[in-house]
Write a new protein. Sequence first.
Length: 461
Amino acid sequence: MYKFTGLSILVSAMVAAVLTVGTVSAMDTDPARLLVSRNAEFKKDIIKVSPSVYTAVGYAVSPVSMIVGDEGIVIVDAGLDVGTSQEIRADFRRIVDKPVVAIIFTHGHPDHTHGASAFMDSADVQVWAREGFPHEQSALESAGIVIQKTRGKKQAGFILSPEQRINNGIAKAFWPQRKGGIFGASDIVAPTHIFSSERRQLTLAGINIELVSATGETADSLYIWLPDERVVFAGDNFYKSWPNLYALRGTPYRDIRAWANVVDQLVQERAVAVVAGHTRPIIGEKQVGEVLGNYRDAIRFLFDKTVEGINKGLTPNQLVDYVVLPEKYQTLDYLRPYYGNPEWAVRAIFSGYLGWFDGNATNLFPLRDMEEAERVAKMAGGKDKLDDLIATAIKEKDYQWAAQLSDYLITLDPKNKSALLYKADALTALAKNNLTTTARNYYLSSAILLRKKAKELSSAQ
């Protein structure tokens, strides 16, 4: 599905000692070395994007921008937490000591909104967002779904050590210093102004600003166009990585075709600078046009090729082999799967349009997990033989197969310490050989929890 030119992703597996302790050295595989070099993207800095625009990067996980006007300043996105946003506010004040007149949220994700109170210079600050804000959280929580919080912690890697969690692909590794949930905050700032049109023209602090509806990563997304200086603030519809067209924590279907169309709108603005929802801004009309054009075209290729395969009757497992990005996209660093992964996008498109059923009649009413596990164990010659097969798979570095075989044993006996540890070892090895940080984090977090459970079972004996 995604083959790196000049980058061997399938590298040597970890040595036995590393498997035992479940750590991933920061520099012992090509993916890890690439991620380490990626840290330069997250160097703490305030970048002058245009005569009136300054963007703070590397303070937390998402940029915070300041647009300077005659009558004050406008903040674009507000960061993840109040502490780092207060630091940004102080550093902005050293550049220009003017009051905040307005805050604009590009979408409702907490890493762009929960630091807003640091910029509330007065009770009169206008806070702008798009209708439906915050769509993603409310869509799940209104249905009573909360598991995304647990899955989100694994995706983010909050229980990992700094050595294991090199970075998050589009942001530095960051551990919020606060209580509550994964994205908890004690002083949420709600929007005071909501717009619902396709494009809304405003004058804030003497600055001409256009807010544009931009359904992509979320249904409440917008982008901001600064016509006088030709700067566009893309929100999370663009950052320097393969986009997170599907999030492991779980979200409503992200409309991938609409996402590509929004990137096309960004291209049509002919901006001289684009401020991404993560990573550093891109400055220069030629570079902006080239990067956004490739970003749009790569997403469209994947969508169209997936639809082509769907219409041939391919299942999701078959589609991920059928849909291979052209090499011209694979060689571009800003389209590498640092954060999102093309394979997950293919699966998301299938389920987003056709639902869970893959079209194979065998899968209309499949065996339950226990039924299948019992049959596999019998076929292997018993649980002990299945245990031997897992050990062999790990010895042969067939880690995906080892993890799947371990699941059968764990289904048969959730207290099987050997199976728990085998699976932890397999997941640790899979993480080591993967560039996508959300996958690495999820693998390693799951491995830690499996080892913890095995240790608790040993202590209880």
